[in-house]
Design a protein around this ligand. Structure first.
Ligand SMILES: Cc1cc2nc3c(=O)[nH]c(=O)nc-3n(C[C@H](O)[C@H](O)[C@H](O)COP(=O)(O)OP(=O)(O)OC[C@H]3O[C@@H](n4cnc5c(N)ncnc54)[C@H](O)[C@@H]3O)c2cc1C
Length: 418
């Protein structure tokens, strides 16, 4: 028998967690579908262990709250997250095992039905709306219907399968991906600068098998391991064949980077703790929205106006394997608003994008994709989907009031509804 929900959220990364909790707390019976064995998305499945986009760059002021704040509180209670730390901008570094546990507890506590090990493989449409999703697990194929949907898959699988307008990348191009590699056995007094310098020197000397020299290197809480975003690859994230080639090539790189690290004095015992397990995709499909966030909206922020989420990470565009990332910084006040229309599908009124799937141009997409912002767009999309499920239509003021009630307030003026 087909089970019915008010809201179905596809994808259990930062955006999906935010969306599912946001929808449930708005009163919607909510199903969260995740193909992996845990929630967290890139934070737990791709070795991306730094939450970016929660703080402004200059003042390190926290500007994203709501579910993101609850995740931080859960991680702090486990001593599993660093203080806000300045890299090119301000981020926190966390232990991914703790993220798995906190995400489980947050979703369970909110009353979200979570289905792990469930791959969304198809969706049906009725006139201009998505009607159902088809999910595969080891027992077979299952259909679920809902009144409204959130696509938080990163690849916009739901929008694609459901016949919504989607776009692969921007201007015919996507940012390169990178395999997150976690190294152990590196003494605490070996600085991340020393690692970066050794990699840069090895590259300059013509060492084979390395791509990036300037990606992030950070020391992790709990384990003291080093996380690195160095092994770049270019591939089509929709193609299993291309992904297979990229995974193999990136793992080869991981061993080449290990050799460089082992040659640093004191690091002879360094080893690879983990790769990925999945290569990190920065950009894939976007859901085409009723509006698109533009680079100028990020660089020259206007009044928050009708915003339902806030972005605070600079534009960080990765143009290709081994090519240094391009940075552009947000103007005063150091954060920008994201309107609901940017999340709302242009041609499918009961579908919202969240996280990486949100509609941004080349520059804006390279800012709003980070996980701190994904929590925010996710929570907004979940609330909006719950409002659509309840009222058949969405009213921005109602979404903002509900976000305010859920503690996802925007900075300045004491709340989104003000
Ligand atoms: C190398 C690298 C470094 C990065 N560095 C940072 C950083 O330092 N800080 C930061 O904040 N961001 C960083 N990012 C960006 C960030 O990781 C992503 O943009 C962010 O995770 C987006 O969140 P999301 O929830 O939209 O997607 P994801 O985290 O990708 O989550 C999507 C989820 O959907 C699931 N899913 C996908 N398809 C299906 C399907 N068909 N059925 C069921 N489930 C499905 C996936 O398994 C996954 O759990 C980095 C990205 C990369 C690749």
């Amino acid at each position: 028998m087909t089970k019915h929900y008010d809201v179905i959220v596809a994808g259990g990364g930062s955006a999906g967690i935010g969306a599912a909790i946001g929808a449930r707390r708005t009163g919607a019976r909510t199903l969260l579908i995740e193909r992996g064995p845990c929630l967290g998305g890139a934070a737990t499945l791709r070795n991306v262990v730094t939450y970016c986009g929660l703080y402004t760059r200059d003042e390190a002021e926290q500007v994203v709250f709501g579910v993101a704040k609850e995740m931080l509180a859960g991680l702090r209670a486990l001593d599993a997250v660093s203080e806000p730390t300045r890299f090119t901008a301000v981020a926190v570094v966390f232990d991914p095992e703790a993220v798995k546990h906190v995400a489980d507890e947050l979703c369970h506590g909110a009353g979200v039905d979570v289905l792990l090990h469930s791959h969304l493989m198809a969706a049906t449409r009725s006139q201009d709306r998505i009607a159902s999703v088809r999910v595969a697990d080891h027992s077979g194929i299952h259909d679920y219907t809902a009144d409204a949907f959130v696509d938080a898959t990163g690849e916009a699988d739901l929008g694609h399968h459901g016949g919504a307008d989607v776009r692969y990348g921007n201007d015919g191009w996507v940012q390169n991906g990178t395999l997150g590699i976690r190294f152990g056995g590196i003494p605490a007094d070996v600085s991340r600068e020393a690692i970066r310098a050794a990699v840069a020197a090895a590259k300059a000397a013509g060492a084979r098998g390395l791509t990036a020299a300037s990606g992030l290197v950070a020391r992790m809480p709990v384990s003291g391991d080093l996380i690195t975003y160095l092994a770049d690859e270019g591939y089509d994230a929709r193609s299993a064949a291309d992904l297979s080639r990229a995974e193999r090539s990136a793992r080869r790189q991981a061993h080449a980077y290990l050799e460089v690290i082992k040659a640093i004095p004191g690091c002879a015992d360094a080893y690879i703790v983990s790769t990925g397990p999945e290569i990190g995709t920065r950009e894939s499909r976007h859901l085409v929205g009723r509006a698109q966030l533009l680079e100028k909206d990020v660089l020259e922020p206007g009044p928050l106006g009708d915003a339902v989420a806030v972005g605070a990470w600079p534009i960080e565009y990765h143009p290709g394997p081994g090519i240094p990332s391009e940075w552009k910084f947000i103007g005063a006040p150091g954060y920008y608003g994201i309107p609901l229309d940017v999340l709302h599908s242009r041609d499918t009124p009961n579908l919202f994008g969240a996280g990486r799937t949100v509609d941004g141009d080349r520059g804006a997409g390279a800012s709003l994709r980070v996980m701190g912002t994904a929590f925010a767009t996710g929570q907004a999309a979940g609330v909006a989907a719950a409002v659509v499920a309840r009222d058949a239509d969405v009213d921005v003021a109602a979404v903002r009031r509900e976000l305010d009630r859920q503690g996802a307030w925007l900075p300045g003026g004491g709340g989104v509804a003000g």
